[in-house]
Write a protein that binds this ligand. Structure first.
Ligand SMILES: CC(C)(COP(=O)(O)OP(=O)(O)OC[C@H]1O[C@@H](n2cnc3c(N)ncnc32)[C@H](O)[C@@H]1OP(=O)(O)O)[C@@H](O)C(=O)NCCC(=O)NCCS
Length: 185
């Protein structure tokens, strides 16, 4: 019997092109369905789709919107949408995690953490991450991985929101002088 430990598949962040629009819109349906359990305003349309009107902007505004697929090896594991400029900051240079999703079968395999670190390292500088107080899985996820990534240097504040307030994390993803080790996935 082969008892060698199995190497986890490499997590890759792949810039999504217009050819990936249908794939991303399908993944956004799964994401929206997950979020609809906690957010009454995430409502399915009469065509049975949630829809995501801003998706085309991710290719028409390439200077401020960045769409990514998350792969685990060759398999699709999720996606991330990033904007330059954040609803939670006056700084136009800040990057913001607009949407972030890991498919259910890939959850709790460290893929979300590794993909988030790839994102932060891809755009070194100021970041915000906003998470709704109603998102029971995302709150401990972001809280844990941001604390680990920043060595506890991120700032946090609460922003009013309906039906739940937002938890907002702000930090700088550039390597910290004197920090031990690399901020690697
Ligand atoms: C939140 C989400 C992205 C987490 O992705 P993931 O790949 O499962 O996360 P990871 O495996 O990298 O988790 C890293 C750590 O975060 C914490 N964590 C992740 N999911 C958690 C959960 N459901 N409950 C409590 N803690 C959790 C744990 O500390 C975990 O480490 P551990 O597994 O060793 O305990 C995923 O559940 C998801 O896509 N949810 C639906 C969409 C969503 O809410 N997106 C975020 C919008 S702000």
């Amino acid at each position: 019997m082969n008892t060698d430990p199995v190497e986890p598949a490499e997590v890759v962040l792949e810039a999504a092109t217009p050819a990936d629009a249908l794939l991303l819109s399908n993944l956004l349906e799964l994401y929206s369905h997950d979020l609809s359990a906690a957010f009454p305003d995430v409502e399915i349309g009469p065509d049975g789709r949630f829809g995501y009107k801003k998706l085309p902007l991710y290719w028409s505004e390439p200077e401020s919107r960045f769409p990514f697929l998350i792969r685990s090896g060759a398999r699709i594991a999720g996606f991330a949408l990033v904007t330059r400029g954040s609803p939670a900051s006056d700084d136009p240079a800040v990057h913001d995690v607009a949407e972030f999703f890991v498919l259910r079968r890939h959850r709790r395999s460290d893929i979300g953490r590794r993909a988030a670190i790839l994102l932060w390292n891809r755009f070194p500088g100021p970041w915000t991450v906003r998470v709704s107080g109603g998102n029971a899985a995302a709150l401990p996820f972001w809280s844990r991985i941001i604390a680990d990534f920043t060595g506890g240097t991120a700032t946090e504040f609460t922003r009013p929101g309906e039906p739940h307030p937002w938890r907002v994390y702000s930090f700088d993803s550039r390597p910290r002088p004197g920090a031990a080790g690399e901020q690697t996935p």
